[in-house]
Design a protein around this ligand. Sequence first.
Ligand code: RP5
Length: 165
Amino acid sequence: MAAQDPQVAVIMGSASDWETMRHACDMLDRFGVPYLKQVVSAHRTPELMAEFAHGARDRGIKVIIAGAGGAAHLPGMVAAQTTLPVIGVPVQSRALSGLDSLLSIVQMPGGIPVATTAIGKSGATNAGLLAVSMLSMTDAALADALQAYRDELKDKVEESNAQLV
Ligand code: RP5
């Protein structure tokens, strides 16, 4: 749900990250949360990254999801330039399967937090869910929708158990 008044920004270091980051957007779509998606590269477009990070709060963004792979400095560099919550998604890299991305994002020195998810699709999915969860602190309808989603997951486990016999 791309919208004029996005509450979440989903940014990524390269268009090649989209196959991963689309799973964060799928979750935001599922919960009807308006968001924007954009390629913002820490090393190819550093000025754009700074402009984006400094302006995000004023344009009404409440949570930033930032995905990157390899030397994945985007989430940390964005977090350094905004006090909004930043969720970092380590994209699975070709050379090191995303371990490089994970370690680049997760070990932020104390003071500038990045909430880091798992590598790849699961991480992107959970980043979307975590953003919804953050927004649900002040949105009862979203809280209800999240609970319904959890109930669905539980039902699926029960269904799969029934199929084991
Ligand atoms: C990072 O470099 C991006 O986040 C991407 O995961 C990785 C490779 O980018 P491309 O060379 O595919 O554009 O900046």
